[in-house]
Design a protein around this ligand. Structure first.
Ligand code: CA
Length: 240
């Protein structure tokens, strides 16, 4: 089951809040509504969202002071905040970004723009973390020491190929589209062309040598790392 990013909408105007809620639902998100700062805090205490949409003008505590507060808290520090401001409030935008908002969007906004901004902050905040060690077939990657080996032989990779291989190994036997690889491996570089992925896959295959065939091209779909082909090396099966 695909994880639908949870979006906490903090907006006191029910008509706007509900419109956003419906649009997010159709856009592949799990929206959660809070009409004021107290309800928003209650939601955050219960389940952490993947992103917060925060209205500037709220009754009681303002969006600005909420953003500051959440940025100071360990638990909520890294949740992306997208502020909703009224048209033309330039000082507001600056203050919002200063308070720790990741981006702002001016009302009235189009659904497409809102969804695009949410996806962008999610990408910026969630590039694939490089940690732990992982192995697929005879290929072993240790992110802590930045070492890769295939059948005991060291392999040298550039930083991007390393991240790419790390991601493919952690999610092996599955097909990844070019756009999904851009999201997961490149993270914050929203405007990189999909062709870039092909270039790095080619470099990765070359650097992997004999293990290069583990990176398969799935026609019309993307790329997949498989350990199946590497399971029975010719040398090991010769004596049996
Ligand atoms: Ca408001």
């Amino acid at each position: 089951m695909k994880h639908l990013p949870r979006v906490l909408i903090v907006e006191d105007e029910p008509a706007i809040a509900e419109l956003i809620q419906v649009n997010l639902k159709h856009g592949g998100f799990t929206p959660v509504l809070a009409y004021d700062s107290v309800a928003a805090q209650r939601e955050l205490d219960a389940v952490l969202p993947d992103v917060i949409l925060l209205d500037w003008m709220l009754p009681g505590q303002s969006g600005l002071s909420l953003a500051r507060h959440w940025r100071r808290q360990e638990r909520t520090r890294s949740i992306p905040i997208l502020m909703l401001t009224a048209r033309g409030d330039e000082p507001d935008k600056v203050a919002g970004l200063d308070a720790g908002a990741d981006d702002y969007i001016t009302k009235p906004f189009s659904t497409q723009e809102l969804l695009a901004r949410i996806r962008a902050v999610l990408r910026r905040r969630a590039p694939e973390a490089v940690s732990d060690s992982v192995s697929v077939g005879a290929l072993v990657l240790d992110a802590a020491t930045h070492r890769i080996s295939y059948r005991g032989q060291d392999i040298k990779l550039g930083p991007t190929e390393f991240k790419l291989l790390n991601y493919l190994m952690k999610h092996s036997e599955r097909v990844h589209s070019r756009s999904s690889l851009l999201d997961k491996v490149w993270g914050d570089h929203v405007f990189i062309e999909e062709r870039t992925v092909d270039v790095h896959v080619k470099r990765l295959r070359e650097a992997l040598g004999a293990a290069g065939t583990m990176v398969e091209t799935v026609r019309g779909a993307g790329y997949r790392l498989t350990g199946v082909a590497a399971k029975i090396p010719a040398a090991a099966s010769a004596g049996s």
